[in-house]
Design a protein around this ligand. Structure first.
Ligand code: NAP
Length: 317
């Protein structure tokens, strides 16, 4: 049986399934692996199932030039914590779990959109504070989402799932910026720059992968272009956004609000952001539902199984 390190606490059903197939060492921890743990994992196991935050950097691979480990089966679609080129250079295959996360993450984007536009977090704080004086016709007016214009940066699986929800569920028009033109099952207008897109929409959502190519893709020029009533939503990765520029825009009121699931220096959230009433802040809940996490685990295990059976892996990155 191949030896596999499961590097984080997964749903019980995933652990059981993995134990039936592999000689499993289970690191039942909530925190990412340290550099030394990652080096040891590369040296001591045939395969590793890592996840968000396990920073398999070029340095880690360089320190273990002939790893026993030949596959990193990532739990999650986003793999910007793994230097894939460095992994491949030492013969390590990397896989991920696309698709399993799409609907749940799109649902989280809708949650953030509605919460931000309709001031739900601020309203919740008001009720809990005991300071609420009761309904009146102009109490806490927010942005009506139905019929508005959505802008999607990165019209991939999750971007499209968000756009579909907005178009079919909320009667919204859809615009997007993507590197390639998409064939979509709903009407959408493509813009050639993110700034032009940002200027034209009521809600701007980011759904690109993280990593060097998209680092600070969204910054001052985008926030300057947005209309003062428009809301900004990030369910992608924190470092896609220049967080300091976002805080400035929110503090100045030059955009209407922001809904964030991810942060540039996660889990650290700057005090200036915490202090803002026009920011809705979730703790990276994108896929946080048991059945979704079980699906992700099943996909990661299927990648490991295929690899050790000598078959093509279903989800190479
Ligand atoms: P996907 O299907 O690969 O879509 C990504 C989209 O981003 C594609 O449309 C792609 O455009 C675009 N893109 C990629 N690189 C770009 C670049 N350098 N500049 C501009 N656009 C670029 O991925 P997905 O399944 O939708 O997932 C997207 C990301 O969401 C993941 O990578 C992950 O980081 C994040 N995510 C977050 C959570 C959460 O818990 N908050 C959960 C799941 C996923 P082209 O088609 O033109 O190449």
């Amino acid at each position: 049986m191949p030896s596999v390190l499961i590097a984080r606490n997964l749903p019980d059903s995933n652990i059981e399934a993995a134990r039936a197939l592999f000689d499993v060492t289970y690191r039942d921890e909530t925190q990412p692996m340290t550099g030394d743990e990652m080096r040891k994992a590369l040296r001591d196991f045939d395969g590793v199932l890592p996840t968000l935050g396990d920073a398999f950097s070029a340095k880690v691979f360089a320190d273990v030039p002939n790893p026993r480990c030949k596959i990193l089966a990532n739990f999650g679609v986003g793999y910007n914590h793994i230097d894939v080129a460095a992994a491949q250079s030492v013969g390590v295959t990397v896989t991920n779990t696309p698709g399993a996360v799409t609907d749940a993450t799109a649902d989280t984007a809708m949650t953030l959109m509605l919460m931000s536009c309709r001031r739900a977090a601020e309203g919740e704080r008001l009720v809990r504070s005991g300071e609420w004086k009761g309904w009146h016709p102009v109490q806490m007016l927010g942005l009506h989402l139905t019929g508005k214009r959505l802008g999607v940066v990165g019209m991939g699986r999750i971007g499209q799932a968000i756009a579909r929800r907005c178009h079919f569920g909320f009667g919204m028009s859809v615009a997007y910026a993507s590197r390639s033109e998409k064939t979509l099952d709903f009407p959408a207008v493509r813009y050639d720059t993110i700034e032009k897109l940002s200027a034209d929409v009521d809600v701007l959502v980011v759904a690109v992968p993280g990593g060097a190519e998209t680092h600070h893709l969204i910054g001052t020029s985008v926030f300057d272009a947005m209309q003062p009533h428009a809301h900004f939503i990030n369910i992608a990765r924190g470092d896609v956004v220049d967080e300091a520029a976002l805080v400035k825009a929110l503090e100045a009121g030059s955009i209407g609000g922001a809904g964030l699931d991810v942060y540039e220096f996660e889990p650290d959230v700057p005090a200036r952001l915490l202090a803002l009433d026009n920011a809705v802040l979730l703790p990276h809940l994108g896929t946080a539902a048991l059945e979704v996490r079980e699906d992700m685990g099943r996909m990661a295990i299927a990648n490991l199984k295929a690899f050790f059976d000598g078959q093509p892996v279903p989800n190479p990155v």
